[in-house]
Structures are given as C-alpha cells and as structure tokens.
Design a protein around this ligand. Structure first.
Ligand code: AMP
Length: 397
C-alpha cells in the first residue's frame, strides 16, 4: 500500500481528501464527529512531520453553489479542538484566494478548504477542476473511504496530476486492509450478515458473497420478500414484489453453491409502524394481514447467534429490524452481542453501512468489534468485487 508512513513531508503542501461529511443540527453543531475523528491520524502525521495540511471535502448535497448550511467552515472549531491547534479556513477551494491562503501557511499548519461540491465539476469529475485543485499542492493523499467508490474530481481524477506523489491516508489503507483480510484470507467459518430495508441495493453483494462465505444471514426488511418468495403470508410487511422471483433464485443459488443461507424463521410484528403499536410474534410465513414484521423473532435470534458465535470471520451490513424503535431493536442488539462475543473469542469482525454502524454505537459495541468501516456504499461495492475509482487512482502508476 502506498501510504504516507515513510514519505518526506517536511515543508510540503499536502492536499488531503478527507470525508468531513458530518451531520449538523439546525445551529450547525456537529452531531456525530466520527468522520473527523477517523481522519485525525493522517492529519496529525502530516503536521507532526512539518507538512502543510490542506484539507478538502464535501459536505451534504448542495446544488452546485454556495449554501450556508453546507459550508465547511462549520467544522473548523471542532477540528481545531481535536488537534489542539489553530485551523484556518479558505472560503473557496480553488483560485486566487485559496492560493493566497495556502501561501501564508507555515510548516505544520492546517487549512480547511470550502466544500468541493459548491462546484458541479467535483461530482462530474471535471478535468480542469481537478487540475486546479492539484495546483494547490506538492503531495496528494486520499483518506476518504466514504467516497472512494466515486470517480469525482477530488477522489480519483486529481490523482493523475500527482504521478509520483499520491498516497493513501491511514484511514483508507486501513479500510482496504480490513476488507482484504476478510475477503482474501478469511478464517473459516466465514459468515456475512446482511440486513436493512430492501434487497434492491444489496443483490449484487449477496450474489458475490455466495462465492466467499460459508453462512449468509439475511435479516431486516428484505427478509420479508424472501418469506413471500417461500409462499409465506407476510401481512403488511415491507415487500419488493418485483424482487420475489430473484429472492427465489437466490435461495436456489445458495443451495447449488453449498452456502448456508439463513432466513429468519420468526418475526416480531406490529399493527402500525410505531413503537407503541400492538405487537405479536409469529412464524415469519404466518403474519396476520393487518400486521407488519419489524424485527426478527427470538427463534431467529437464537439460531443466527449460534452460527455467529461459531464463526471466525464476520461481516455485518444492515440492521435486523427497525432498531431505531425500542420495541424492535432486540434482533439487531442481540446479533451485535453475538458478534462481540465471537470477536472476543478471536474472530475478525467487520461492520459497515451507516445504519449498522449507528446501531453498533447506540448499543455500545463500537470497541468490541474488530473494525468499523466508515463507508457503507464503498464497502458494499468492494464486497461486490468492484474496483473503487479512488483506490485504483492511487494504485495505478
Ligand atoms: P438500509 O439503509 O437498506 O441498510 O436500511 C436501514 C433501515 O432499514 C433502518 O432504518 C431500519 O429501520 C430499516 N428496517 C430494518 N428492518 C425493517 C423492517 N422489518 N421493516 C421496515 N424497515 C426496516
């Protein structure tokens, strides 16, 4: 991995693509600073070696021009506190004013550039925009795993302007190493747990995991489409009618490839999508017409947990139920507990995807799994076997 461990950074202008796409409240306070924390090792390395750290990122989804709520100036105070030094801010990310701000930097200084997505060229992967960004620095580091699956100007295109001075940051190289560890040399049994609302976004990953895993556990909203595919009555549960045939096919494929595909056998149901709705627990294929399944039931928890506790490599993406509601969080919580127990007993566990990470934090498991990925979409694409443009751009010579 071309990371910055042994690179001479002293006096160099180092342009770091970070992922500071953090959630803000209505007063522009950061409500979850995990992404900033994740970028700190690389930033600290650059400044401690006497480099000038120029940080670029996107924030939110602006419509191609300045919008106050998406300004990266809102993160400056927090970053400054976390690295315990003054952090400067440039009100643009290219052009004369930014060049002037950079020329004022001393070795070890930190400058945050304004939101890249105030220029539509960022997402379009504009060559001219990428070149303008590249002219700001001597060295380019990509440390934004969350956007590594996008061929944007700052995540991929820019790398061509640094043929000999482009590197992975510690976060990005750590993410790739963890995924590689799970996928290329997994200790067995290898179990993947896929949950979340819908099958649609996860079909490719499920198919590609069939080539790699011993056990594939399906939970969350998508399990009900599988239950319907097995002629179950699923009441008002979430279903993707157009994916029923595919769900049948996936069950068949798993059999043919010798993969142990585990679907929930029972379900916690509610007569409304509300925490205080009336609930019951039934066979997943026998849900009353006026009820919807919102969590996996106790029998499923027990059988999934026993498989997980016996696994040596575990990947988890997507919650087992509507974990945001107290009455439907048990499946997700207990599956998380089983993963922590397996990890304690020596398994390697990798958790990714916004909602599973939120669940892991909510239930206090963050320190008890081996690795928490910062990129849901990027992780899924990597698991699907796709090349990530942000990674390839650094690797190619
Ligand atoms: P995803 O973004 O596809 O990973 O989906 C995550 C969301 O799926 C979470 O907000 C969960 O509340 C939701 N979810 C999980 N299980 C169910 C279910 N049985 N019915 C409806 N939504 C669900």
């Amino acid at each position: 991995m071309k990371n910055i461990q042994d690179v001479s950074l002293e006096g160099k202008r180092v342009l770091i693509r970070v992922d500071f796409n953090v959630p803000l409240d209505e007063h522009f306070n950061i409500t979850d600073n995990s992404r900033i924390l994740a970028a700190l090792p690389t930033i600290k390395k650059v400044i401690s070696c006497g480099g000038k750290a120029i940080l670029m990122s996107h924030l939110g989804r602006p419509k191609d021009s300045f919008e106050e709520k998406f300004s990266l100036k809102h993160i400056v105070k927090q970053l400054s506190k976390l690295i315990d030094r003054t952090v400067a801010f440039s009100s643009d990310c290219i052009g004369e004013s930014t060049t002037a701000d950079i020329s004022k930097m001393e070795n070890g200084d930190v400058l945050v550039l304004e939101n890249l997505r105030f220029y539509k060229e960022e997402k379009l992967g504009g060559l001219k925009f990428a070149k303008q960004l590249s002219e700001l620095a001597d060295i380019y580091i990509n440390d934004a795993f969350g956007t590594a699956h996008r061929a944007h100007a700052s995540t991929a295109i820019i790398a061509d302007y640094f043929p000999n001075t482009k590197y992975f940051g510690f976060l990005l190289s750590g993410e790739i190493e963890s995924l590689e560890k799970a996928l290329t040399t997994p200790k067995r049994p290898f179990t993947a747990i896929i949950g979340g609302a819908k099958i649609s976004g996860k079909i490719d990953v499920i198919k590609s995991l069939f080539d790699k895993v011993d056990n594939l556990i399906i939970g969350g909203g998508m399990a009900y489409t599988f239950a319907k595919a097995c002629s179950g009555n699923i009441g008002k549960s979430l279903v993707e009618e157009e994916k029923i045939a595919l769900a049948k096919q996936l069950i068949e494929d798993a059999k043919n490839r010798g993969v142990n595909l585990l679907l929930p056998s029972d379900s916690v149901n509610a007569n409304d999508f509300k925490n205080d709705a009336n609930t019951n627990i039934t066979d997943i294929k026998n849900i009353a017409d006026e009820y919807m399944g919102l969590d996996i039931g106790p029998e499923s928890i027990a059988s999934f947990s026993s498989i997980i506790k016996n696994s040596k490599t575990i990947i988890w993406n997507g919650p087992m139920g509507v974990f945001e509601m107290e009455n439907f969080c048990k499946g997700t919580k207990e599956i998380g507990e089983a993963i922590c127990e397996a990890t304690e007993n020596g398994a390697f566990s990798l958790v990714g995807g916004g909602d599973s990470v939120a669940a892991v934090k909510k239930f206090g498991f963050a320190d008890k799994v081996s690795y928490i990925s910062t990129g849901g979409g990027a992780m899924l694409e990597y698991l699907e076997g796709k090349e990530l443009p942000g990674v390839v751009a650094i690797q190619k010579s």
